[in-house]
Design a protein around this ligand. Structure first.
Ligand code: NAP
Ligand code: ZN
Length: 356
């Protein structure tokens, strides 16, 4: 067990129960281990997973919980063995802060699928070395193992870089895995934080992109974000007219729902990738799959792929549309997120925490 010496007291925002809401709390960051980096957080994005976790929607939240896994900031101290980062560097942390780094999945740069106990989540996780709870980015600083700290390219503004650490990589990874490029027809279901990044990234990769949304009011935005078409999912005739039209449906819808209408939209050997629904699926008649449709899922991305995505976004000037808020506004941001009223990612300016 590592002893807690030279710990860092830290202001944070978190929840103490499913109904407490997210409010101010004091936490302590561990003293630096040899391979640790201390980061002063400048911004943290708000992911729908934060809301799911704060409210225990998935039934596996341990309280108190400090959400936030779209973290960017500046290195303010390093452990004596750190080689990758130095004080003053612009850096980022996504959804994981550790993994075994020895199993075949970690060896393949797929640390998010670590076979040895799974990845350690940035929040609501358990530190692999000392068993302490992990706390996320709604806080003034964070300590993490250097391999799990990514570099923010100079061309990316800090606030805009934050959402890339989850919304960006979670959509980039399946687009790359299924080799989306010029000639691909991609449909993105749900135009929220993940969805709008899916649109921008797929368009930047050269695909023809269609937004599948139940919100008619987003039709105009879809085009501005780079989509070539917009399909209102409640328009049955339009959905029928697009049967067999897409190579991929990237489904970001955050609630339990029937995926059958989206399977019908696929070409033969087309793939529907679920990244939003983490739940029991309503019953599925497998007949629809006999049209050689693939139904799968995808979880964030590995460390190397996350760095590749950050570099891709810098090179292609792909940045999220963000609304910067003070940390005291998190609860109202959650309410707007639940009402699908996000344009298209909330980002907390962490300077607002010091003003609390
Ligand atoms: P978000 O910003 O709230 O966007 C979700 C969008 O889905 C909404 O804007 C809305 O788009 C649509 N939607 C919402 N409720 C719906 C409903 N009842 N029926 C149909 N469509 C609905 O959420 P997000 O941050 O993008 O996260 C999306 C999901 O991905 C969450 O469940 C989150 O936990 C999960 N997630 C997974 C991973 C992973 O690794 N797989 C990583 C991050 C997040 P329209 O208005 O256009 O219909
Ligand atoms: Zn997330």
């Amino acid at each position: 067990m590592t002893s807690f010496t030279n710990e860092y007291p830290c202001r944070a925002y978190g929840a103490t129960s499913p109904t407490s809401g997210v409010g101010p709390m004091a936490i302590t960051r561990r003293g630096l281990r040899a391979d640790d980096v201390l980061i002063d957080i400048t911004h943290c994005g708000i992911c729908h997973s934060d809301l799911h976790t704060a409210r225990n929607d998935w039934g596996r939240t341990t309280y108190p919980v400090v959400p936030g896994h779209e973290i960017v900031g500046i290195v303010s101290a390093v452990g004596e063995a750190v080689t990758r980062h130095k004080v003053g560097d612009r850096v980022a942390i996504g959804c994981m802060v550790d993994a075994c780094m020895e199993c075949s999945h970690c060896d393949a740069d797929l640390e998010q699928y670590c076979l040895s106990g799974g990845m350690t989540g940035t929040y609501n996780g358990i530190d692999r070395r000392d068993g302490s709870p992990t706390y996320g980015g709604y806080s003034e600083r964070i300590v993490a193992r250097e391999e799990f700290v990514l570099k923010v390219p100079d061309r990316l503004p800090m606030a805009e870089a934050a959402p890339l650490l989850c919304a960006g990589i979670t959509t980039y990874s399946p687009l790359r895995t299924w080799k989306v490029g010029p000639g691909s027809r991609v449909a993105v279901a749900g135009l929220g934080g993940l969805g709008h990044m899916g649109v921008k990234l797929a368009a930047a990769m050269g695909a023809e992109v269609t937004v599948l949304s139940r919100s008619e009011g987003k039709r105009g935005d879809a085009g501005k974000l780079g989509a070539h078409a917009f399909l209102n999912t409640s328009d049955k005739a339009a959905m029928k007219a697009h049967r067999g039209a897409f190579d991929m449906v990237l489904n970001t819808i955050p609630v339990r729902h029937d995926v059958t209408p989206y399977l019908h939209l696929l070409k033969i050997d087309g793939v529907q990738v679920l990244v939003g629904m983490i739940d029991m699926m309503p019953e599925l008649h497998t007949g629809v799959l006999l049209g050689r449709k693939i139904l799968t899922g995808s979880g964030i991305g590995g460390l190397a792929e996350t760095q590749e995505m950050l570099n891709f976004c810098a090179d292609h000037a792909v940045v999220p549309d963000i609304e910067v808020i003070a940390i005291s506004e998190v609860e109202s941001a959650y309410e707007r997120m639940e009402a699908s009223d996000v344009k298209y990612r909330f980002v907390i300016d962490m300077a607002s925490l010091a003003a609390q």
